[in-house]
Structure formats: C-alpha cells, structure tokens
Write a protein that binds this ligand. Structure first.
Ligand code: ADP
Length: 267
C-alpha cells in the first residue's frame, strides 16, 4: 500500500484539511513496472553498442579505411560490439523462453560429480591462459540428481566464467569448486579470489541487467544477464542459489539441487 498526502490550504491561510490517497500497489502493477524497466534496459543495452559501431563506421567511411594501422583496429571494435550484441540477444531469447508458461526441462538422471568434472575440464585450457587454477573438492560418492544437462551446463558456465572474469587480471588465482551432500540436497559452490562484491550489492546480482561496476563488466564483455539466467534455471530445477562474498577478498556462489538416491544405489 502506498500513501500520498495533500494539504488543503489557501495561500498563507490556515490548514483546512488533509487529503490522504491510498494506492494499492498490486502485484500486477509491480509486474507491469518491472516489464517497463526491462524494456528500457534492453533498449539501452542495444543502443550502446550500436552507437559505438555507428561512430567507428563513420570514421572508416571518412577516410580511416585507407589507413593500414587504424582500419583493422576500428573494424576490430565493430566486430567486438557485434559479438556483444549477439550474446545479449541470445541471453534475452533464453530468458524469454524460460519466462514462457510452457517452459519445460528435459530431465535425466546424471551423476553430478562426473558431470561437474566434465564441465570444469572444458574450462581448463582458457583458465591456464589466465593463470587460473581450478581446485576440485568433488565428492567421489555417486551423486545422482535429475537435471537438464544443457541447462545445468549453462548455469555452471555462467558462474565459472564469472569467477574467471572477476579474478585479478594477470595474477589469476585459485577457483575452488566443491560438491557435497547436504540433507536432501546436493550443494555446489564456486569460489574465486577475485574483487568480491560489496555487501549492499550482493542481493541484486541475480537481477536482470544488474552489474556492480558497469565499466568493469563492460570491459570483460558481460551482458548483466548471466546470473539472472542461472537463477531461473536453478529454480526450474527446484534448487536455490545464493552468494557469499567479501569485498576485495573473493566471491562464492552456492546452489543446491534436490538429491535423490539412484534406484539400486544403496546409501
Ligand atoms: P555480467 O555479464 O555483467 O558478468 P552477471 O549476471 O553474470 O553479469 O553478473 C552480475 C554482476 O555481478 C556482475 O556484473 C558483477 O558485478 C557481479 N559478479 C558476478 N560474479 C562475480 C564474481 N565472481 N566476482 C565479483 N563480482 C561478480
């Protein structure tokens, strides 16, 4: 409920009354407002790379194209911006699919430990180039959960690539990935020794388009949608996702998935 007050008063005269208007800010209005903000964000995010590209293309047209030093650089910029837009549009399409009412996961039983190892293996090469070392504390106990492999791969890709993106440039560091059993859940964690996230920003990082440091996120090529997608997909798997971070020290992203002992697999 929102309230607004108006005072009824002739100029410098006595106060004759007070009007109180109560607005019922319904769920519907909130959704409507979020939708408007989302569209504004999308438009802004698309306009930025387009404006950059336009000015570089104009410079090329105005003569830069014949300069053998400058031309490839300017083309490189437009290429980068195009790639950023493609990433953005792909992320948006993915979110709009998740938002649609008939969104379905294609579930299968997977030994999550093995699955996690295979995802991390794919990152090993890029990690090495960035001086990042993965440490794995993954339970060897068979851990069968029902997941959509492609979607869960995306969750992990988004979180692991953040851990690498926000690790100290050049210095790299350690990225620790754990898998353990916790009651009726399996719990995954991905920790980095990166820049961390100030406490007041932590709750928002799973929101669409939220970025702690816009400039930094832009320079590392972020869309601001990676964790929002991860959150939606984890929730679709009936899990939870959260963050623990110390500014300047590092960040850990945790998520859980409901655990089921595979039939025939006795505890
Ligand atoms: P982006 O594409 O900008 O990385 P995400 O949705 O993946 O978008 O993340 C949202 C924001 O949360 C990032 O812009 C960054 O500010 C912050 N963030 C996410 N992961 C980390 C991390 N491991 N360390 C520090 N900050 C992070």
């Amino acid at each position: 409920l929102e309230a607004s007050f108006s005072v009824i008063q002739e100029e410098n005269g006595p106060i004759n009354g007070l009007i109180t208007v109560l607005h019922d800010v319904t769920e519907q209005e909130k959704i409507e407002q979020e939708r408007r903000e989302f569209v504004a964000n999308v438009s802004h995010e698309l306009r930025t790379p387009l404006t950059t590209m336009k000015s570089y293309l104009e410079a090329l047209e105005d003569g830069a194209i014949t300069d053998p030093e400058i031309a490839p650089r300017f083309l490189g910029v437009t290429q980068n911006e195009t790639e950023r837009m493609i990433r953005l549009v792909n992320d948006l399409l993915q979110l709009s699919k998740i938002d649609s009412r008939d969104y379905r996961l294609t579930l299968q039983w997977v030994d999550f430990g093995q699955f996690l190892h295979s995802v991390i293996d794919r990152f090993e090469m890029i990690a090495e180039e960035k001086n990042i070392e993965f440490s794995r504390a993954i339970t060897a106990h068979p851990t069968y959960v029902q997941i959509d492999r492609d979607k869960m791969t995306q969750v992990l890709d988004n979180i692991i690539s953040n851990a690498m993106k926000y690790s100290p440039e050049g210095e790299g560091g350690n990225v620790v990935i754990t898998l353990l059993h916790q009651g009726h859940n399996v719990r995954v964690s991905i920790s980095d020794q990166g820049m961390g996230i100030p406490r007041e920003n932590q709750a928002k990082i799973f929101d669409r388009f939220y970025r702690v440091d816009k400039a930094r996120a832009r320079s590392v090529g972020g869309t601001g949608l990676g964790l929002a997608i991860a959150k939606e997909l984890v929730h679709a798997h009936r899990g939870e996702i959260w963050v623990q971070s110390e500014y300047g020290e590092g960040t850990t992203i945790y998520f859980t998935l409901p655990y089921s002992t595979f039939k025939g697999e006795e505890e």
